[in-house]
Design a protein around this ligand. Structure first.
Ligand SMILES: Cc1cc2nc3c(=O)[nH]c(=O)nc-3n(C[C@H](O)[C@H](O)[C@H](O)COP(=O)(O)O)c2cc1C
Length: 199
């Protein structure tokens, strides 16, 4: 069982977050889940789903929504900067921010940890632990590109959610899985239930 911090921000493409959490739990991993305030808003406006902010209620929400009882799931309030995961002594395999807004990217790039998610990213960078960022914006301004470059130089992996057409995807789920597999390949995580493209 590996420990992951999963950060979800208020960018479009929330089904990517859903699938990431789902696969980690199905594969019996430990998920420490932090949603930014923006993420709650996007779930509400794009999907019509109100995610509870209170950690215990949120855990129940995800268990029921995903219909998965395996793995460990710990949810946090967006501003709970005194939680264990906000400290460098809390060891994890990696942190994945999926999807990631340009606002969050800008704040992490400037070292300005306004909320728990940004603090965790800051910790992963300072501890030289794996930080995977799945940025979603189009087009990107020079400010976005410079911030992403800064984060790449600091050690983060920038993994934009770009589908491949050579896999001949038939459904949106095929595209989502392709994007999520690429993320987990980067942290050497073999996940069951994933159909791989075999060339
Ligand atoms: C429906 C919806 C979709 C959005 N999509 C994006 C997006 O893809 N990328 C982005 O950078 N911001 C997007 N935003 C704007 C962010 O949610 C907003 O800047 C928010 O303050 C970001 O906060 P956060 O980075 O703490 O999540 C979207 C907002 C809404 C309401």
């Amino acid at each position: 069982m590996s420990k992951y911090v999963i950060g979800v921000t208020g960018a479009s493409a929330q089904p990517l977050a859903k699938r990431t959490i789902e696969l980690l739990l199905k594969n019996n991993h430990e998920v420490h889940l932090v949603l930014s305030r923006g993420a709650y808003e996007v779930w509400q406006s794009e999907l019509g789903i109100q995610i509870p902010g209170e950690p215990k209620k949120q855990k129940t929400f995800w268990r029921e929504y995903l219909n998965i009882m395996s793995g460990e799931l710990i949810c946090y309030k967006w501003n709970d900067n005194s939680s264990a995961i906000a400290s460098g002594s809390f060891k994890t395999k990696a942190m994945i921010i999926i999807p990631c807004t340009m606002g969050t990217i800008g704040r992490i790039a400037s070292g300005y940890s306004l909320n728990l998610l940004e603090r965790c990213a800051d910790v992963h960078l300072k501890e030289s632990r794996q930080l995977l960022i799945c940025p979603r914006e189009s087009p990107m301004s020079i400010i976005h590109l410079k911030n992403l470059t800064k984060l790449a130089i600091a050690g983060a992996k920038i993994v934009p959610p770009i589908p491949a057409w050579y896999t001949n995807p038939k459904t949106l789920d095929d595209i989502i899985d392709f994007i999520v597999i690429r993320l987990f390949d980067l942290v050497d995580e073999e996940l069951l239930e994933i159909k791989r493209w075999e060339g």
